[in-house]
Design a protein around this ligand. Structure first.
Ligand code: ZN
Length: 595
């Protein structure tokens, strides 16, 4: 028993009974119909004042629906075996699907209006919505008519969304043979996870070999499906007149192509940092060189430090307060207002997340707390998300709460580095210091370099089709291995069985997952760059970070970084992130001689 609490979701709704929430969700469906009735076919002729009214009403509608929809989805996350929660969650999904379907006109008509009358963007009445309207104007040139957009949605439902569901079911049906204590058992993919970070090298290797062999059985099927998914996307890009297969993802994340190019150039040209970490890890593991099956290997001799729930709470609140008393107050509020569910129990969704409660200008955090260092880091991370949410929901209108994946980790990863700083200061032994540094460097290398190679892999699929070549199972496996070696280099041994690893990642078989790797590279390197600036500028940096967190999506990342005095489309900003990682690596190397 760690004393970790459950959250109180009743604060999200007026009536938290099953019937009460059902009624509220039903009310949301009716409200959407009313909204469509009021605004359809009217946007085209709107002036600035009328447009402001529409945007305010859209915000108000979204905020009214926030509580019941969140109640339903969070209740289900907290207990997936609860039939009532499952039903409510299903109803909430219907609301979200209806919004996607019925409010298509809002996007298409607003984009058309911005394209026809760009002057409206600078109207003083619309100052709070300026950047949102600029983005609407910019996507107009790639947008089809409302009718065509609805056909695309319908096509995707029976196309890529079906492949995505099939992939989930296929993965869930697969069993991987694993010999444990002399007994061979057939395990699910999720049950294989502990073996890839097992202290025994042979166990790790046999887990990867087993996964690779089973995935290879269906390689032709998934190559064919991947090929169909990529061909469909290329065709859509032609129809939409998009210059680049990554364009829709860049638009969604508010990222310029120049930013992506600079980011990936810095990631690739600094791959040696990753190689140096792997060499050091091999040394610490007592190996001549690392194998790809050692990437998740734990280091020997780690002290078993356990943090009680109260100790972790005191530590985290004090870490945030020390940096900024207001951040500390908000972190404390998350605990006091019962918005954290960290009790480890059966039926909860795995992993940790933070959901922004927009209408309450707050958030809810879920994790499973077992007192380990990783659990404390998970909470530091999610509390950083909460601090970010408290910041922009207090400073912006609802439209500007739409923080992109690239910027969404500013608070969370920065918070992790604040915790690292504290742990390094308070560590009693070199081994404790080593473990804090390893935690940070594992996260950094796995995100910047692993996600980086997956991005290069996905891009190479399209380049292959562009050159008029087919995507076969072995061709895809070659692209996977090539991208991996481009980043991880030749200083590591690779398992031939892992060539078909691409088949197990849902992101390559879903619409939301398409080109979803570079935002992780961006977010990680961005947070490290911010931390570097903080280390150099000290107190002077703090108001800048506050301003950035408060901005939400009201400004583009290019504008936000310009306010810090950097151009995000140039390498120099990203190199700051690499410098911070290098400092941690140098410190780890120095420490490893002491141990
Ligand atoms: Zn996060």
């Amino acid at each position: 028993m760690t004393g970790a609490p459950r959250w109180d979701l009743t604060q999200l709704v007026d009536d938290a009974s099953f019937e009460g929430v059902k009624k509220s969700i039903h009310g949301c469906l009716k409200e959407i119909d009313g909204f469509v009735e009021s605004y359809r076919y009217r946007i085209e002729s709107m002036d600035a004042v009328a447009l402001k009214g529409l945007l305010e009403e859209t915000d108000a509608l979204a905020l009214r629906m926030d509580g019941p929809v969140m109640f339903a989805s969070l209740s289900f996350s907290a207990d997936t075996s609860d039939e009532k929660a499952r039903e409510l969650n299903g109803r909430a999904s219907t609301v979200l699907a209806k919004i996607n379907r019925d409010l298509v006109f809002l996007q298409t008509d607003l984009s058309r209006l911005m394209e026809a009358r760009p002057d409206i963007i600078s109207a003083p009445e619309l100052s709070e919505y300026r950047h949102y309207l600029e983005r609407m104007r910019d996507v107009a040139k790639h947008m089809l008519s409302e009718r065509e957009e609805r056909v695309v949605l319908a096509k995707n439902r029976s196309g890529i969304e079906s492949w995505s569901r099939l992939h989930n079911r296929w993965l869930a049906s697969k069993r991987f043979p694993m010999t444990v204590d002399g007994e061979t058992r057939k395990l699910r993919l999720g049950e294989m996870t502990p073996f890839i970070s097992d202290p025994d090298r042979e166990v790790r290797k046999s887990a990867y070999v087993s996964m690779g062999n089973v995935l290879a059985e269906d390689k032709t099927l998934w190559a064919e499906i991947m090929s169909a998914i990529c061909a469909d996307h290329r065709e859509m890009m032609n129809l939409r007149k998009c210059p680049y297969v990554v364009s829709p993802s860049l638009d969604r994340n508010d990222i310029s192509q120049g930013t992506l190019v600079a980011l990936m150039r810095v990631a690739r040209s600094n791959a040696k940092l990753c190689h140096k970490y792997f060499d050091l890890k091999a040394e610490l593991l007592g190996l001549p060189r690392l194998g790809s099956w050692d990437l998740r290997a734990p280091l020997p001799g780690s002290p078993e430090i356990s943090y009680s729930w109260d100790e972790a709470r005191r530590l985290l609140v004090s870490v945030y307060s020390e940096y900024d008393p207001l951040f500390g107050e908000w972190a404390e509020d998350m605990y006091d207002s019962k918005r954290i569910d960290s009790e480890a129990r059966k039926g909860k969704l795995a992993g940790a997340f933070c959901s922004v409660w927009e209408n309450g200008r707050s958030a809810f955090i879920m994790s499973s707390y077992n007192g380990k260092l990783d659990d404390v880091y998970a909470l530091a991370h999610e509390l950083g998300h909460a601090v970010h949410a408290y910041s922009y929901t207090r400073a912006q209108v609802k439209t500007n709460y739409d923080v992109s994946k690239c910027m969404a980790e500013c608070g969370s990863l920065f918070g992790e580095l604040l915790l690292t700083d504290r742990l390094l200061k308070e560590a009693k032994t070199p081994l404790e210091r080593r473990d804090a540094l390893v935690h940070v460097l594992e996260g950094f290398t796995q995100t910047v370099f692993q996600e980086g190679f997956r991005f290069l892999f996905e891009l190479s699929l399209y380049e292959t089709l562009e050159e008029g070549r087919q995507l076969t199972a072995d061709g895809i496996a070659d692209l996977w291995s090539k991208a991996q070696r481009t980043i991880y280099g030749e200083g590591m041994d690779y398992l031939p069985e892992s060539r078909y690893d691409w088949a197990r990642f849902p992101q390559f078989f879903s619409a939301e997952g398409r080109f979803n790797n570079y935002p992780h590279v961006f977010a990680q390197l961005f947070a490290f760059a911010l931390y570097r600036l903080y280390r150099v500028q000290g107190e002077a940096f703090k108001p800048k970070l506050r301003k950035m967190l408060e901005a939400g999506s009201s400004k583009s990342p290019v504008e936000l970084v310009a306010e810090l005095g950097f151009n995000i489309e140039k390498d120099a900003f990203w190199i700051k992130g690499m410098e911070q990682a290098k400092e941690y690596l140098d410190e780890l190397r120095r420490l490893s001689y002491e141990i």
